[in-house]
Design a protein around this ligand. Structure first.
Ligand code: FES
Ligand SMILES: [Fe+2]
Length: 340
């Protein structure tokens, strides 16, 4: 009798890739410095001199509104490396370094270096690419990466039916987790854990309808139907490596993950509503409780990845297609340099 040949389930990334400094150095260079990263919304950059700051691939960045456009720079003075702005967002009339007073134009040109006779044109700020997509502001450190429009192409098509421009920012928050960014991403990439880890979410969505679709090599689409009266009917997109956009009939949430080293992660959230009256604490608290459940299981997994007995597991082709796609993205982006 012929035996049924089943495809072999792929192995996970090795445990070491989830905590080693050298792997983080590779990912920082090959993944985070080569992709677009969300740093804020146009609502914070309306007037000339408005600015936002962020960390991208471990580099401090500032985005400033000038008369005609957004300019992004490394947030580092060309004199002796002081940060130029210290707040997450704000307004400035002049871009003056708070250390010794070097002054720059909003286009990054060095205008004034007190008591010095140097060639000012050689000491402008280090520029960074900055582009916008439907009211959201992104930066990219790689001069050769595709435009944001190309990078977001599949997201744009899937998001067409949602009126993002009519949505109002209701709340921003940042959470921290003691995990490698891939521990969090692996968890995000599957809905298999919803019944065990998210009892509240499980009660509101019909898990039989939960789908993870991998579209090409860099996009995931998650969807599920609400049970009657449930809150969570929507479309959840993840543009790898770290931009998540969850769209609903009443608004959206966007999330950008920011690795802060091999064992620490920040999660930046913005919640938007079409009708600001819908921005009720209970909706936000409910969403946040799901995130906190994810962080709790990821921190437990992270500890075991670091403990030393576990190295590689196997991934289900039925429930973990999203994890397989994500881990292939990491391996391909790092061109085999990740820990063996
Ligand atoms: S470091 Fe900026 S003026 Fe000295
Ligand atoms: Fe989860």
């Amino acid at each position: 009798m012929n035996e049924i040949v089943r495809p072999r389930e792929p192995e996970t990334l090795p445990a070491r890739a989830y905590w080693a400094e050298e792997d983080w150095a590779i990912e920082r260079r090959e993944i985070w410095a080569k992709n677009w990263v969300l740093v804020g919304g146009l609502e914070d950059l309306r007037d000339r001199g408005d600015y936002i700051s962020a960390m991208v691939a471990g580099y401090p960045i500032v985005v400033i509104k000038s008369d005609e456009k957004l300019n992004a720079f490394h947030n580092v003075c060309r004199h002796r490396a002081s940060p130029l702005v210290l707040e997450a967002c704000g307004h400035l009339d002049k871009l003056t370094c708070p250390y010794h007073g070097w002054r720059y134009g909003l286009d990054g040109t060095l205008l004034h270096a007190p008591a010095m006779h140097l060639e000012k044109s050689e000491y402008g700020l280090f520029g960074v690419r900055c582009e916008t997509w439907r009211g959201l502001v992104f930066v990219c450190l790689d001069a050769t990466a595709p435009s944001l429009e190309q990078w977001m192409q599949d997201v744009s098509e899937a998001a067409l039916r949602f009126p993002l421009e009519r949505m109002h920012l209701a709340r921003k928050l940042t959470l921290e987790a003691d995990v490698n960014w891939k521990t969090y991403a692996d968890n995000y990439a599957e809905g298999w854990h919803v019944p065990t880890i998210h009892p509240g979410l499980n009660a509101s969505i019909d898990m039989a309808s939960y789908r993870v679709e991998t579209l090409g090599s860099v996009l995931q689409k998650h969807s599920a139907q609400a049970r009657d009266g449930g809150l969570s009917d929507g479309l959840w997109l993840w543009r790898l490596p770290g931009f998540f956009i969850n769209m609903y009939s009443w608004g959206m949430s966007v999330e950008q993950i920011e690795p802060v080293g091999p064992r620490k992660l920040k999660l930046h959230y913005c919640y938007y509503f079409i009708d600001p009256k819908d921005a009720k604490d209970e909706v936000l608290d409910w969403s946040l409780s799901v995130v906190k459940e994810d962080i709790a299981i990821c921190e437990r997994v992270q500890k075991n990845l670091e403990a030393g007995i576990y190295d590689r597991g196997r991934l289900s082709l039925v429930f973990e297609n999203g994890v397989v796609q994500f881990q292939e993205f990491v391996e391909q982006s790092c061109r085999g340099q990740i820990s063996a």
